[in-house]
Write a protein that binds this ligand. Structure first.
Ligand code: ASP
Length: 418
């Protein structure tokens, strides 16, 4: 049985086992099972995280130095940036439009949520300018501190600089270049080992999620949850595949078939960072993205490109405004879009990161930060789908960028994989 099939079966069994466990709450069977599932899922996530920082560092150093020496770095980053901005903008427009069409939050009684909001500790004000200052202060730091703390963005910046310096230094740095290349290959080999554990890890993560989350809380916010999830799925199943087909000349079938391991892992972990090692492997080995492109675009996209998060934040801001009986003007909605875009750039790829940066989006149009207390109970569940779309966007962009940075004749001759 192929690994992909094993993972699919494990995901289905994990969900089923989670529901089964729900039938025996507060029993020793339940507690013992949760303990076992926690250990299995921690081992899987721990191994992915263990590889994350060395992988990001080596892949960017190798990717940048190969791109730079081939004269493709400038073109690669420009196309990457254009793709990130385009897909995120489309996600924001989609999120706001659907929230408008379905009038999420209108008619819901805010009194239902007064307790949750009153108990919620109001976080410090998060304005775009303070967010920006923090962003810079947390990014330009001692690289050893960044490695030790797992600060992805700071490692990305340092790796970009090392990659460019390696090329500027020319021949004399060949030893370090070769060393980085071999180190990167070692990381990819180790990811292959971790992937073998994916069926067990995904089974454990999903069973634990279903068994421990209070799924009934969705009832109160069912309309919002359905609209956000449906819109996010539409973005991932229609908008992104269409762009991939037009610009990447790849059929959705080829894409989904090649990336399902990473997508299911994103769903189970709700973390694009933890999924990154698998996204990189899928993009290179199953979608045929050149290692230098995947090594540059995927780590960068993991940090900066989050369509699912942007869409969620825009829709949630409108939901909260409707709930409070406020009509946001067009200008305010544009502010929501701009801050949601910054918030999705700055959100780390970890579970519920979008919830934290959403404070900034709410405050940008004068909505109270405590209002996130309304969404917190269902966030972990909604996070699953938006993380899938975040990860999907990164792999998709790597395909498009790779196509447009190949030598001209290769682009013209790229066969459609459909
Ligand atoms: N969990 C998401 C991710 O890792 C971030 C978010 O909370 O929206 O991509």
């Amino acid at each position: 049985m192929s690994l992909n099939t094993q993972i699919l079966i494990a995901a289905i069994l994990g969900v089923a086992f989670g529901f089964f466990l729900n039938l025996y709450p507060e029993t020793s069977f339940f507690d013992g099972s949760i303990y076992g599932l926690s250990i299995a899922s921690s081992i899987f996530i721990g191994l992915l995280k263990l590889l994350l920082i060395p992988l990001i560092f080596s892949s960017i150093v190798v990717g940048v130095s190969n791109l730079q020496s081939g004269g493709q770095l400038s073109r690669t980053w420009k196309i990457t940036l254009a793709c990130c901005v385009t897909t995120t903008t489309l996600a924001l427009i989609l999120g706001l439009t659907c929230a408008h069409i379905f009038q999420v939050g209108k008619g819901v009684d805010i009194a239902l949520f007064q307790d949750a909001m009153a108990q919620h500790q109001t976080p410090d004000t998060l304005t775009p300018s303070s967010f920006f200052t923090n962003f810079i202060q947390n990014t330009l730091i001692n690289p050893f501190k960044a490695f030790a703390e797992g600060n992805v963005l700071a490692v990305v910046v340092f790796a970009l600089m090392v990659g460019v310096a390696l090329v500027k230094g020319g021949e004399k740095f060949n030893t370090v270049r070769n060393l980085s290349q071999q180190f990167f290959e070692i990381m990819m080999l180790m990811i292959g080992w971790v992937m073998k554990l994916a069926p067990i890890g995904i089974f454990a993560l999903l069973a634990k999620l279903i068994a421990t989350e209070d799924i009934s809380v969705i009832n109160r916010l069912v309309e919002f949850a359905v609209v956000v999830t449906g819109t996010t799925i539409f973005h991932g199943a229609v908008v992104l595949p269409l762009l991939l087909w037009i610009f990447g000349k790849m059929s959705p079938w080829t894409f989904f078939k090649g990336t399902r391991t990473a997508l299911i892992t994103a769903f189970a972990t709700s973390s694009s960072s933890a999924t990154m090692p698998l996204s990189m492997k899928c993009a290179q080995e199953n979608l045929g993205v050149r290692p230098q492109t995947a090594g540059f675009v995927i780590p960068l996209g993991t940090q900066l490109n989050m369509d699912g998060t942007a869409l969620y934040e825009a829709a949630a801001a409108l939901f909260i405004a409707n709930l409070m009986g406020l009509d946001l003007t067009l200008g305010q909605q544009l502010i929501v879009c701009a801050t949601a875009m910054i918030a999705s750039l700055g959100a780390p790829g970890i579970p519920s990161a979008g919830m934290v940066t959403m404070i900034m989006v709410l405050q940008s149009v004068g909505l109270p930060a405590e209002a996130i207390a309304i969404l917190i109970p269902i966030d972990r569940l909604l996070d699953t789908v938006r993380t899938v779309v975040n990860v999907q966007g990164d792999m998709m962009i790597s395909v498009v960028v790779d196509r447009y940075t190949k030598p001209d004749d290769a682009v013209l001759n790229t066969p459609s994989s459909s």
